[in-house]
Ligand binder design. Structure first.
Ligand code: PMP
Length: 437
């Protein structure tokens, strides 16, 4: 028995499925989840002492690589000053100022502890501000595990092929309109039918929880236009893409790009993952007049014992300070190299596939070369069975991929030539395993 097998057997007697977040259980790829004991740069080390090149990067946060010295130093210094004060601290404003400088649409920022809290607050705030009830979300987008947004959700809900979640009341589900992604006509039709009752459209800035799906040209711009026309808000969920797909997130690549012909601006944005550099921090930002509806200024309540935690703030400030434009250019280049090598290996093995991009984020889908993947229906129609053998071959070769085909691959500034070469060496055998499935 390996140490991971041992640890998993024990964990299953103590925690549902042996895990604290479903996809970690390897449900869709099978086998024993590897229990990790340390991480450094681009590498993870499991409980049996095996080292992996990490392409999960904690599902995004480890933009600089694991245990970046400047981040550790800032965290150690913060820990020495105390873990939590339950009062305001200087670094909260420092992190908020960095967010605002990079994403000016975040005129006010509120720190929370998880992406789920950020989107949950955004939805409540949109309803409180507009006095309307309905929320539009897109099938295959994941916004965290708040009741109202679990319908046709991506991430683990897609991985486990669940229609939604038990425990969500019909009344709650009825207040969410689920539409196909990349379909502005469907959005127009929903507003034509329900416009006066729609508080907000929430969308991932670029979907990365049904695999990566590229927003069609003008899609986010169209959402911005339609919501404005109808007095609804646009909530741009950048929990995954924010400060990862670029200096100013995915919005910075499109809506906020210097050469954008039709710049668009969301009313509210949510951030998570990279903003905390590996510590539990997320944030909500947006228009000052909307954000000021939050308590203590306004009538929409939101609070958190550990919100703006000083250790997490220190990690966030250090991470974003070191996430320079050069870091993003480096990761962009690595992403192109890796996705090209992946495609070449799959082509050599005769595996039909497509690779979808959103900036430096990408994922692979099998059997989809004819049309690519533009929405959740396309993502679900792919040959998902090819991923498990591909994943396990890579794992065997010392490369840790997301344990689900519906997740993006994450690179970091620490993925040096040695790490990349290890991935390139592993690809041909994995592609053959996918072909044989
Ligand atoms: N929104 C998006 C786009 C996400 O990818 C995620 C998590 N993967 C969340 C929200 C929820 O964040 P958290 O897991 O921190 O609650």
């Amino acid at each position: 028995m390996t140490r991971s097998e041992d640890l998993f057997a024990r964990a299953q007697t103590l925690m549902p499925g042996g895990v604290n977040s479903p996809v970690r259980a390897f449900g869709s790829v099978g086998g024993t989840p590897r229990f990790m004991v340390s991480a450094q740069g681009p590498y993870l080390t499991d409980a049996d002492g095996k080292e992996y090149v990490d392409l999960v990067c904690s599902w995004g946060p480890a933009l600089l690589g694991h245990a970046h010295p400047a981040v550790l130093e800032a965290v150690h210094a913060a820990v020495d000053r105390g873990l939590s004060f339950g009062a305001s601290t200087p670094d909260e404003a420092n992190l908020a100022a960095i967010v605002q400088e990079r994403v000016p649409a975040a005129e006010r920022v509120r720190m929370v502890s998880t992406g789920t809290e950020a989107t949950m607050t955004a939805v409540r705030l949109a309803r409180g501000f507009t006095g309307r009830n309905l929320i539009i979300k897109f099938a295959g987008c994941y916004h965290g595990h708040l009741d109202g947004l679990l319908a046709a959700a991506g991430s683990g809900v897609a991985t486990l092929a669940l229609p939604g979640s038990a425990g969500v009341t019909e009344a709650t589900a009825a207040e969410t309109l689920v539409l196909p992604y990349n379909d502005l006509a469907a959005v127009e039709a929903a507003f034509a039918a329900h416009g006066p009752n729609i508080a907000a459209v929430i969308t991932e800035a670029a979907p990365a929880n049904m695999g990566v799906v590229t927003p069609g040209e003008g899609f986010n711009l169209g959402l911005s236009r339609i919501t404005r026309e109808h007095g609804a808000l646009l909530i741009l969920d950048e929990v995954l893409t924010g400060f990862r797909t670029g200096y100013s997130g995915y919005w910075g690549l499109t809506g906020g790009a210097a050469d954008a012909t039709d710049p668009w601006t969301p009313d509210l944005l949510t951030f998570g993952k990279v903003i905390g550099g590996g510590m539990p921090t997320a944030a909500l930002g947006g228009r000052a007049d909307v954000m000021d509806y939050l308590a203590p200024l306004g009538p929409v309540y939101q609070a958190g014992t550990l919100s703006g935690n000083p250790v997490a703030m220190a990690a966030g400030v250090a991470t974003l300070t070191h996430a320079t434009r050069e870091v993003y250019s480096f990761i962009d280049a690595r992403s192109l190299e890796l996705s090209s090598a992946l495609s070449a290996a799959l082509d050599s093995a005769g595996v039909d596939h497509s690779v979808q991009f959103a900036g430096n984020l990408f994922s692979v889908a099998f059997g989809t070369s004819a049309n690519g993947v533009h929405n959740y229906a396309d993502a679900q129609a792919q040959e998902t069975f090819r991923y498990a053998p591909f994943f396990h071959s890579m794992l065997e070769s010392g490369v840790y991929l997301p344990p689900s085909v519906f997740e993006a691959w994450f690179l970091s500034a620490a993925h040096d030539d040695a790490a990349m070469n290890r991935i390139f060496d592993a690809l041909p055998a994995a592609a053959k395993a996918a072909a044989a499935a």
